[in-house]
Design a protein around this ligand. Structure first.
Ligand SMILES: [Zn+2]
Length: 310
């Protein structure tokens, strides 16, 4: 089990420009305090390298890389009401994407069966040429694209269980049939996309699964969608790698949404995914996305890592 982190993740702080911002370094401090008390659950810790330009260019145009870099170099500023770039944010974003790539390489080299990237900023809202929703580069998408372009995989399955629709990842792979993207999310909240009817486009039709849930949805509904709607399609897809956009903001205590998962619910989701991946004989890599109640985030991350390691 490989755990990826990097000190630069703690230096990206949207509170510098957007006071009270919930996506801040305290999130990782909470996770790592809990992990530290439990001996890192036996996981091996590795430092996340910076992503290379070539890796980022797999999903983002050069103009987007340069825009984030320029803004960061100039001292930073807000991109929109949610999304901030500070002086250290470009470096943090490089390592957040680079960690996902390093995890993917290590998993495909059989160095481990499972990985977890505890890095910031998160990624799944970042579209090819647009940072949004706290996200600058789409970390999980860069890793999936790398697995195909560099490592020669033909089929990657991305499960996004963040409570918000993973619009960035969806857009990046909308036209592709080599990445199956499934998002379970609360409907009617940010970013407003992710309707059930949207199943992808062109040759990617059928390779996007959007499952919006009503506010108040509890564990049984999440589990049943995963087991009955997502995994049967994923099994037929025969993925060679499973990546999870692991947001923990569907927790009942989260301030940004209204679902009602418990910390243990994430462990249950992770366990179901891991068992499926074992049947398919493929590794599982999880990448941190949202989760904004600090104790819920830490507890949910623990149950997830414990389930993946089991
Ligand atoms: Zn979220």
């Amino acid at each position: 089990m490989l755990y990826f982190s990097h000190p630069s993740s703690l230096e990206h702080d949207p509170r510098q420009g957007l006071p009270g911002h919930p996506e801040n370094p305290e999130r990782l401090r909470a996770i790592e305090a809990a992990l530290g008390e439990r001996g890192w659950l036996g996981w091996e810790r590795r430092e996340a390298p910076a992503a290379s330009e070539e890796e980022l260019l797999l999903v983002h145009p050069r103009s987007h890389l340069e825009a984030i870099q320029e803004l960061s170099r100039g001292g930073g500023g807000a991109i929109d009401a949610d999304t901030f770039v500070g002086a250290r944010s470009y470096e943090a974003a490089l390592h957040a994407a680079g960690g996902a790539c390093a995890m993917t390489r290590a998993l495909m080299a059989n160095e481990a069966e499972v990985g977890f990237c505890a890095l910031r900023p998160p990624g799944h809202h970042a579209e090819p040429a647009r940072a949004m929703g706290f996200c600058l580069f789409d970390n999980v998408a860069v890793a999936a694209a790398l697995a195909i372009a560099e490592l020669g995989l033909e089929r990657v399955f991305i499960l996004d269980w963040d409570v918000h629709h993973g619009n960035g990842t969806a857009e990046i792979f909308r036209h592709r049939d080599d990445v199956l993207f499934a998002s379970i999310h609360q409907g009617g909240i940010f970013p407003g996309t992710g309707a059930r009817e949207d199943t992808g486009s062109g040759r990617g039709k059928g390779y996007t699964i959007n499952l919006p849930l009503p506010a108040g949805s509890e564990e049984e509904l999440w589990v049943s969608l995963l087991e009955r709607e997502v995994l049967p399609v994923a099994a037929r897809f025969q993925p060679q790698l499973v990546l999870i956009s692991a947001g923990f903001d569907a927790h009942r205590d989260d301030p940004l949404a209204e679902c009602r998962l418990e910390a243990e619910s994430f462990g249950r989701l992770a366990s179901i995914v891991k068992k499926a991946a074992d049947r398919w004989h493929v590794p599982v890599g999880a990448v941190l996305e949202g989760g904004y109640d600090l104790s819920a985030l830490a507890a949910s991350t623990m149950t997830t890592m414990a389930a993946l390691a089991d």
